[in-house]
Design a binder for this molecule. Structure first.
Ligand code: GLV
Ligand code: MN
Ligand code: MN
Length: 419
């Protein structure tokens, strides 16, 4: 544990906090929030800051075909599979200062600590910033980690458009051109261990007075895009009986989904978070409505059963007068993290005297995708009032540093080539 403890003690609480606050100015919105969408100029500006800090810590920077950004400090054995940490730098449209970016800055803090100590680990240590985790500009989320893990080919995302009609493929090409000074590395590869630090985004750690959540797994998620097409018509002259009103149909569809998803145990999470109406005019009957479904549950069978029932429930609710198209854009089954990595986080938390608990994650994370290609687990730090995906998201500098110390020690425990 000596090397692990030294690396943990090298975590500089103020440096980490100052970096987070500097990054939070890029895309700042009222109320201390951040709106920094994937593959935008703001995203690139934030990445340049991170690159500067990483280079000052002696890291080599590279980017892969999905624009995942990699910061690598060489190990004594450069041929050994690296130990990797990281998260994402994009935010929700009305996001906070910590979701995702904390995991990247925490990794950077470990690299900086290593540099301050003048230490060389046996294995290489890498920090990765995955592209488009939130899925708020281009849906679904976790595109960078999904493509890296080979769960879906990058080309499958190319024609997905943002709200302005920009194709993901074009945004990615523009982004990679702006980063053409950075060396390219292949998409995919061998990782020895992956540990992602993240804010909890829920109330439990704070309520229980704990420092660390040792994340044992992630509940499953399914995303659907629903399009209901009727016919736009004059609101004053078209009798209701003759209308093919897409919005009235969508209301019936969502009501019937609420019934389908009713769960007395309150474990199932069902969200319609986006709904657009065309033509979107007071005196026109709606001709087309698009809405999203975000469905989550820890039980694979239940998630499969409810998700598979969505299309039928919608069709029965809307009747024959409108058309329904449904596309499933994301399906990440529930997952248990690697026991060896989980145990190493517990050992690090114990050695550092942190108050910890084992817990599952309600949010999805890049680690969920990485876990299909490498042993992985996560570390949570408390979220004040459990608030996240909201400008008011808050974790104190001391709580963030405590999480990074556990991260540093846990990463260090995997850097021996013999283990
Ligand atoms: C991640 O942002 C999620 O929606 O769980
Ligand atoms: Mn996140
Ligand atoms: Mn998020």
């Amino acid at each position: 544990m000596d090397r692990a403890r030294a690396l943990a003690m090298a975590v500089d609480e103020s440096r980490q906090w100052d970096r987070l606050m500097e990054l939070a100015r890029i895309g700042a919105i009222p109320g201390d929030g951040v709106n920094r969408q994937a593959l935008t100029a703001l995203d690139r500006a934030a990445r340049r800051l991170v690159i500067g800090w990483a280079e000052a810590a002696g890291a080599r920077v590279s980017v892969d075909a999905a624009a995942n950004l990699w910061l690598r400090v060489e190990g004594a054995d450069p041929t050994a599979a690296p130990v990797v940490t990281g998260s994402h730098m994009d935010s929700q449209p009305a996001g906070g200062r910590f979701d995702g970016i904390y995991g990247v800055v925490a990794g950077l803090e470990v690299l900086s600590g290593l540099h301050d100590l003048g230490l060389t680990l046996e294995r290489p240590l890498e920090v990765v910033a995955w592209t488009n985790e939130e899925g708020s500009r281009f849906a679904p989320g976790c595109m960078g980690s999904m493509a890296w893990a080979g769960r879906r080919p990058l080309a499958a995302f190319a024609d997905i458009t943002d709200a302005e009609g920009m194709r993901f493929g074009d945004a990615l090409a523009e982004h990679l051109a702006a980063e053409s000074d950075l060396p390219r590395r292949p998409l995919g590869g061998r990782l020895h261990a992956y540990i992602e630090a993240h804010i909890e985004q829920g109330p439990r750690l704070e309520a229980e007075g704990l420092d660390i959540g040792v994340v044992t797994g992630i509940q499953g998620s399914r995303w659907f895009n629903v399009t209901i097409t009727g016919a736009s018509a004059h609101a004053g002259t078209t009798p209701v009986s003759l209308r093919r009103d897409a919005l009235q149909a969508a209301v019936r569809a969502i009501q019937s989904l609420n019934e389908l998803m009713a769960d007395p145990s309150d474990l199932l999470r069902f969200t319609v978070g986006s709904l657009t109406v065309e033509p979107g005019s007071s005196n026109s009957v709606a001709g087309r409505v698009r809405f999203t479904i975000d469905l989550r549950h820890p039980d694979r069978a239940l998630l499969t059963e409810r998700g598979d029932a969505v299309e039928g429930a919608i069709r029965r609710a809307v009747g024959p007068w409108v058309e329904v198209a449904l596309v499933e854009s994301f399906n990440a089954p529930p997952l248990d993290f690697d026991k060896g990595i989980v145990d190493s986080i517990v050992a690090a938390a114990e050695a550092l005297g942190s108050r910890w608990t084992a817990m599952p994650s309600g949010a999805f994370h890049d680690a969920q995708l990485v876990a299909s290609a490498a042993p992985a687990a996560m570390i949570f730090v408390p979220s004040h009032d459990g608030v996240s995906h909201n400008p008011a998201e808050f974790t104190s500098a001391a709580q963030l540093a405590a999480g990074t110390r556990v991260l540093a020690a846990a990463l260090a425990s995997h850097t021996k080539v013999s283990n």
